[in-house]
Design a protein around this ligand. Structure first.
Ligand SMILES: NC(=O)C1=CN([C@@H]2O[C@H](COP(=O)(O)OP(=O)(O)OC[C@H]3O[C@@H](n4cnc5c(N)ncnc54)[C@H](O)[C@@H]3O)[C@@H](O)[C@H]2O)C=CC1
Length: 372
């Protein structure tokens, strides 16, 4: 059976306009044929459905680029270890997937298209399984971690320090998935807010969002001494050895977390680039980490921390929306720039930077972190 990227892509385009229906059908079919698999998934499947489609779309669009496919699916395979996924589950998923595409791409479906999907899924599953097997020889599927610090810095924002029970490797700028005992099988992603420490602890900045099971539990119902589970750290918003330019970090709200980790890492490296850290919040009390940032600034004179408040006329410091402050402050065209925060803020800030002449390759963002 040959891999035929064109047939896979053409047939998949019939699913895209009906993505949520197709995802619901896929899981319905999977659980009807394999009821024992239902207990591996969280009670509410909405985020799961979105993730499935996002993952499928990435697989399909990289199907003719072996490197892109291997990189992404390898990561996915390693990440799926924490769900308890075993080799036999791949067959069940493959059958439900092919049945789903057959149903929603019925008008173009024939034996050739079916063969193309079976072949593409076989390659994808093989890449995921190989990566998961190799990973199992070097790291656990997940880590337990004790909560050793919990500070409610604002009504809705907590800073948690966790001590994983085994060495927890990560790079500054990466994020981690967290599960709490209150919500089994519900994993949510948070950025790590510190450069690696000798005591192996990590810090997370968590804002409780309305309806957010994990974020609310971590903010309001978690205490020192509690235990959580961590998945492996992932993410591409990291610094390379060759990154030696001055830095601009633009942080909106808890989007500060990964940028603080990067700044701490630069400070610890002994290098001395100028760093501007714009930390934006809607109100002054939401500048939840300012005292810590000011301490960091006083120990590293090349760092300038600039708090910016958007919705509070009584704030006596810099006021405005982050993208506008970025625009009016100075030109950043010779800087490496990291941007993290609400998606609207990130999009607008990126536009401002591009208009200023910062090349896209020097603007670093973190992909799709949903924290709720
Ligand atoms: N690794 C990642 O990608 C991470 C992403 N985040 C994301 O950061 C966000 C933080 O949310 P909050 O703390 O509630 O921030 P927030 O809503 O309180 O806003 C923080 C700052 O961003 C500005 N802002 C918000 N929306 C804007 C828009 N559309 N255009 C221009 N400026 C805007 C505000 O004026 C304020 O200065 C969440 O969406 C979270 O998912 C947080 C941590 C890590």
């Amino acid at each position: 059976m040959s891999l035929n990227p064109r047939l896979v892509k053409e047939s998949f385009s019939h699913l895209e306009p009906v993505a949520s229906k197709a995802a619901a059908y896929f899981y319905g079919r999977l659980f009807a044929e394999n009821p024992h698999l239902r207990s591996m998934f969280p009670p509410a499947m909405d985020i799961q459905r979105e993730r499935l489609f996002g993952a499928l779309a990435r697989m399909v669009w990289s199907v003719d680029s072996p490197e892109g496919m291997a990189g992404y699916l390898g990561q996915l395979g390693r990440d799926h270890r924490k769900y308890g996924v075993a080799p036999e589950h791949y067959g069940a998923v493959g059958r439900a997937l092919v049945a789903t595409v057959r149903r929603f791409a019925a008008e173009v479906w024939d034996d050739e298209v079916e063969a193309a999907w079976v072949s593409a899924y076989g390659v994808a599953a093989g890449l995921m399984l190989d990566a998961a097997r190799a990973d199992a020889t070097v790291t656990p599927a997940w880590w337990t971690a004790e909560v050793v610090g919990h500070e409610l810095r604002h009504r809705d924002i907590a800073v948690l320090t966790l001590r994983p029970s085994q060495p927890f490797p990560y790079l500054p700028g990466q994020h981690v998935t967290v599960q709490t005992p209150r919500w089994p099988r519900v994993w949510r992603t948070f950025s790590i807010a510190n450069a690696p420490r000798e005591d192996n602890t990590i810090t997370l900045h968590v804002r409780s969002v309305p309806g957010g099971w994990v974020s609310t539990t971590l903010t309001r119902d978690t205490r020192v001494g509690d235990t959580v589970m961590l998945g492996r750290a992932t993410g591409m918003m990291t610094r390379g050895e060759e990154d030696t330019r001055d830095l601009l970090c633009v942080a909106g709200g808890t989007g500060l977390a990964p940028l603080k980790a990067i700044v701490e890492d630069v400070v610890a490296s002994g290098r001395r680039p100028d760093i501007h850290l714009l930390f934006g919040a809607r109100t002054q009390p939401e500048l939840y980490d300012l005292p810590d940032l000011m301490r960091l600034q006083s120990s590293f004179p090349w760092l300038r921390v600039l708090p910016v408040v958007s919705d509070d006329g009584s704030f006596r410091g810099m006021r405005g929306r982050l993208p506008e402050v970025v625009r009016r402050f100075r030109s950043w065209s010779d800087h490496d720039v990291y941007v993290c925060g609400p998606s609207g803020m990130v999009d607008e800030t990126v536009r401002a930077l591009q208009e200023d002449g910062v090349p896209p390759a020097r603007i670093r963002l973190d992909a799709a972190v949903t924290t709720c």
